[in-house]
Design a protein around this ligand. Structure first.
Ligand SMILES: *[C@@H]1O[C@H](CO)[C@@H](O)[C@H](O)[C@H]1NC(C)=O
Ligand SMILES: *[C@@H]1O[C@H](CO)[C@@H](O)[C@H](O)[C@H]1NC(C)=O
Ligand SMILES: *[C@@H]1O[C@H](CO)[C@@H](O)[C@H](O)[C@H]1NC(C)=O
Ligand SMILES: *[C@@H]1O[C@H](CO)[C@@H](O)[C@H](O)[C@H]1NC(C)=O
Length: 633
């Protein structure tokens, strides 16, 4: 069809408005934006940190050939591309990183030969762009310990010379904050003072260089979740927003993120992780249901972002041919999820509108995995559906509703914004011995519960190095797990944990370290010095095996309705729903009307259900799912 004159006029006017910046200065570069969840490939699940230029480009070429037409457009090099792959190097080793004269990370020339001669990733980016793809890299918080130790000067990109203030040259040690070492990579990276001019100049010198290389996507690690550094995120976001080409901004990981915490960053970024690392275990898949539900209920899916919208990220898809977390070895094993579990993962990720980043080695991609990650209905749902949310009105075979079923409760220690009223509930109490405790009484409407208590202790004696930070910690305490052992509460795990593990809270040997320093405020909040976040106890409801059924709904761009049923139980279950209950879930739809007729098809089996009028029912295999597409009149 030829575009009519009026649609031409509209397009023209819209273009004019964009040019004039009516939609805000940040839309100047209108080309690459995050209007739908970003999609691509990432090297972490199959190579951990060890990927080489050759392996990366082989994967990129296959993404271009087989996945690009399905919307997979970013290819991302995950962490430690600057670390030399030699004996002794690993994910938390010190002294193997390649840095330039300004303390910036540059690719390991042995793994990334095209980077020699100061070219960084520019040749790789150019090759990737030539394939019709976009190029992404992973970066860590702040500054590397190596740059700090070498006390390198800081590049002022506006002058091309060393950064100076009032004739004074600033060096790495003036801006690196050693006691804010990344909690899960203590030897590798630390925060920088991003409120100082020199700290900002340093960050700007990094991100301007990435942009100069032709990078289109940065995955910024150890600044969010337990490791929140809002100053650094805000400043990096500002630098990216001022670039002449869009560099998508992704935060990772999101250990113990709450919607309240995410609200402080969602407008600054394009996507942000809401879980710890996801790997190919069934426990990791199931741990994403509650958090996805909570983020959709808080209207965070597709909230305003840096370049368009922002997307809560459930992490990569560890399907196909993989390696292990923290490994020094490349891809060598098959995914541990069975086909039903893989479909469940892909269906939840799609209907919750998570970015889809495939993690398997493209060179060993099997047909079954390929069919799952290119499923056209799921990709349509992922890009274009709306009103995505958990749908509680389903029943299992025995006929009782999920909302009436008894759920077992578990308590987990989490972190949240100190302004969040849920963080209030801590108080000190004497134990009768010399020790004092800090206890969570939480909601006093449940007085029968034993409070959760930790032992309070002043920080350990100082070493000379620690003295430098002493003034930061006046009035702060260590919190011990028991009265006797020197095991202190960490605000952030000191290893990168998978989403199943992070629920525990984390204790380790007491140290003089910002992530073990706590302050009890008069209003009952317990604030941490590392991230500035406050501790809270969350009660999570755990579905016992019998009632582990879940459902999600969404509306399609052509008026169709999607319903996904998930069976998290260890046996097959018949799951049912009433069509009329969709009315409450989907605004503007009128299913209360007894005449609503829906044509219905189930996607994974391909089964046509014909016209359904009152209810929908299907037996779902253990750990499997059903995905219905309904067209109702
Ligand atoms: C960061 O820099 C600002 C401005 O120079 C200074 O006031 C502040 O004390 C510094 N913060 C830390 C943690 O060093
Ligand atoms: C962006 O482009 C404009 C005009 O071409 C140029 O003046 C400016 O320096 C560029 N900004 C950056 C950050 O590269
Ligand atoms: C509690 O007090 C702290 C410190 O005064 C403040 O930052 C925080 O916003 C307060 N939180 C609540 C929930 O009242
Ligand atoms: C305490 O529990 C009551 C009843 O369960 C609830 O209405 C209230 O919101 C809770 N308060 C907090 C601070 O969680």
């Amino acid at each position: 069809m030829r575009p009519s004159f009026s649609s031409f006029l509209l397009t023209f006017l819209f273009g004019l408005l964009l040019q004039r910046g009516i939609f805000g200065a940040r839309f100047r570069g209108v080309k690459e934006q995050a209007w739908s969840p970003p999609r691509g490939w990432n090297s972490y699940d199959s190579f951990c940190w060890t990927v080489s230029e050759e392996e990366f480009l082989q994967n990129a070429r296959l993404v271009a050939q087989h996945l690009r037409t399905h919307g997979y457009e970013y290819v991302v090099v995950d962490y430690l591309w600057y670390r030399r792959k030699v004996n002794g190097a690993g994910v938390d080793s010190l002294g193997f990183d390649v840095i330039d004269e300004w303390g910036r990370m540059i690719p390991d020339p042995d793994r990334w030969p095209s980077s020699r001669g100061g070219k960084g990733f520019s040749e790789v980016a150019e090759i990737v762009h030539g394939m019709g793809l976009k190029f992404g890299i992973h970066v860590m918080r702040g500054m590397s310990t190596q740059a700090f130790n070498a006390n390198t000067p800081i590049l002022d990109i506006t002058t091309g010379k060393a950064y100076e203030e009032n004739g004074q040259k600033w060096l790495a040690k003036d801006v690196g904050i050693k006691e804010r070492a990344c909690a899960w990579m203590k030897h590798g990276f630390m925060g920088v003072n991003s409120t100082s001019g020199a700290g900002r100049a340093f960050l700007r010198s990094l991100y301007q260089q990435y942009a100069d290389w032709g990078v289109d996507f940065v995955k910024h690690d150890c600044v969010f979740g337990d490791d929140l550094d809002l100053d650094e995120i805000s400043y990096v976001s500002k630098v990216l927003s001022e670039l002449n080409h869009s560099v998508l901004y992704s935060l990772s990981p999101g250990t113990s993120v709450t919607p309240a915490m995410a609200k402080s960053v969602s407008g600054l970024v394009d996507m942000y992780r809401i879980t710890g690392d996801d790997w190919d275990t069934w426990g990791d898949v199931t741990s994403h249901f509650d958090i996805s539900r909570d983020f959709s209920a808080a209207d965070m899916i597709g909230a305003q972002g840096l370049h368009g919208k922002s997307w809560p990220d459930l992490d990569m898809l560890p399907l196909g041919w993989l390696t292990n977390p923290g490994s020094n070895e490349g891809p060598h094993r098959k995914c541990n999820l069975n086909i039903d579990e893989q479909r469940t993962q892909m269906t939840l990720w799609s209907i919750a509108k998570s970015p889809l980043m495939f993690g398997g080695d493209m060179r060993q991609l099997d047909y079954a995995t390929f069919k799952i990650i290119i499923n056209p209905i799921l990709l349509e749902i992922n890009s274009f559906s709306s009103n995505n949310k958990e749908f509680p009105c389903i029943t299992s075979q025995n006929g009782f509703e999920i909302k009436d079923q008894s759920l077992s409760e578990a308590h987990t220690l989490g972190l949240t914004s100190c302004h969040d009223s849920k963080a209030r509930g801590w108080s000190a109490r004497a134990t009768g011995f010399d020790l004092e405790q800090v206890c969570w009484k939480g909601n006093s409407s449940e007085p029968e519960n034993e409070p959760f208590c930790l032992y309070k202790k002043l920080p350990l004696l100082l070493t000379d190095v620690d003295m430098r930070y002493k003034h930061h910690y006046d009035g702060k305490v260590h919190l011990l797990e028991t009265g006797r052992f020197e095991s202190c509460l960490d605000a952030s795990p000191n290893q990168k944990l998978t989403s199943k593990e992070f629920k525990r809270g984390s204790f380790s040997t007491c140290r003089w370290d910002a992530n073990q320093m706590w302050q009890l405020n008069a209003n009952g909040t317990l604030a941490n010095s590392y991230s500035g976040l406050c501790a809270s106890m969350n009660t999570i409801k755990v579905n016992s095996g019998k009632n582990g059924i879940r459902a999600w709904t969404a509306t399609g761009r052509n008026g169709e309705i999607y319903v996904a049923f998930f069976n998290l139980n260890p046996s097959n279950v018949v799951i049912s729903m009433k069509i009329s209950d969709l009315g409450e879930a989907l605004p503007g739809e009128h299913f209360g009307n007894a005449y609503a007729l829906c044509k219905c098809r189930e996607e994974w089996s391909g089964k046509d259900f014909g016209v359904v009028k009152e209810s929908l029912s299907i037996e779902v295999d253990t750990h499997g799912c059903a995905l219905f597409v309904l067209n109702c009149s």
